[in-house]
Ligand binder design. Structure first.
Ligand code: DGP
Length: 214
């Protein structure tokens, strides 16, 4: 008999929402539970496309808004086969960001929503999206805010508004896969909420692999 496929769980959130800490803790907890897990960070800055993105984010280079949007998407596509392969082998794949950030950040800069969706159409569809919200004042007061291109309160406020539109679009096209979690509390409190959302996904019968925006 074929092993059941792994779950694909995506984390999204504003910068400094504590997303990376939560993702690392979740991976450790799933491993302690005996699951095969792989963490996939986006942007994946290790590839040659990823290095161009890294240089852009660190404001070492400038790029047209559409060009950088397409590079972020290309960076997801170059990792898509490995994600599908792992899922098929029963590995749980956790992504720290995915195409939903791409839309929220690029739409916040003024690109049309329909343009932003297009290049990601057909990517592996997550079984669950965990979106960590935190109000922009709380985010701004957390450590190391302001080091990269998008880390200003003004941009984060606009990104937050765009994420609400993205959540609506996901609901409309893909049903109830989006979980919004308030991440203003302590790391432990947030972790418990994340764990509840993740275990409800893992315990459900997830369908065969879907395609984003299709
Ligand atoms: P991180 O490595 O998680 O700190 O994310 C890097 C930054 O890049 C963060 O400010 C969010 C932004 N970002 C992530 N994905 C995309 C994308 O697809 N498009 C755009 N424009 N920005 C993105």
């Amino acid at each position: 008999m074929m092993a059941p496929r792994g779950a694909f769980i995506v984390f999204e959130g504003l910068d400094r929402s504590g997303k990376t800490t939560q993702v690392q803790r979740l991976v450790q907890r799933l491993e302690a539970d005996g699951r095969a897990v792989r963490l996939q960070k986006f942007p994946d800055r290790t590839t040659s496309i990823g290095r161009m993105i890294d240089s852009y984010l660190q404001t070492k280079s400038d790029l047209d808004d559409r060009a950088i949007h397409l590079l972020f998407s290309a960076n997801r596509w170059e990792c898509a086969n490995a994600i599908e392969r792992d899922l098929a082998q029963g590995v749980t794949v956790i992504a720290d960001r995915y195409g939903f950030s791409g839309i929220a950040f690029s739409a916040a800069k003024g690109l049309p929503f329909s343009f932003c969706l297009q290049p990601d159409t057909g990517l592996p569809l997550p079984d669950s999206v965990i979106y960590l919200t935190v109000n922009p004042e709380v985010a701004a007061s957390r450590a190391a805010y302001g080091l990269e291109r998008y880390e200003t309160k003004d941009i984060q406020t606009r990104v937050r508004e765009r994420f609400d539109e993205v959540a609506n679009e996901v609901q409309r096209r893909h049903g109830n896969i989006w979980h919004t979690i308030d991440a203003s509390g302590s790391v432990d409190d947030v972790q418990e909420k994340v764990w509840a959302a993740v275990t409800s996904t893992l315990n459900a019968d997830f369908p065969s692999m879907g395609r984003l925006w299709m």
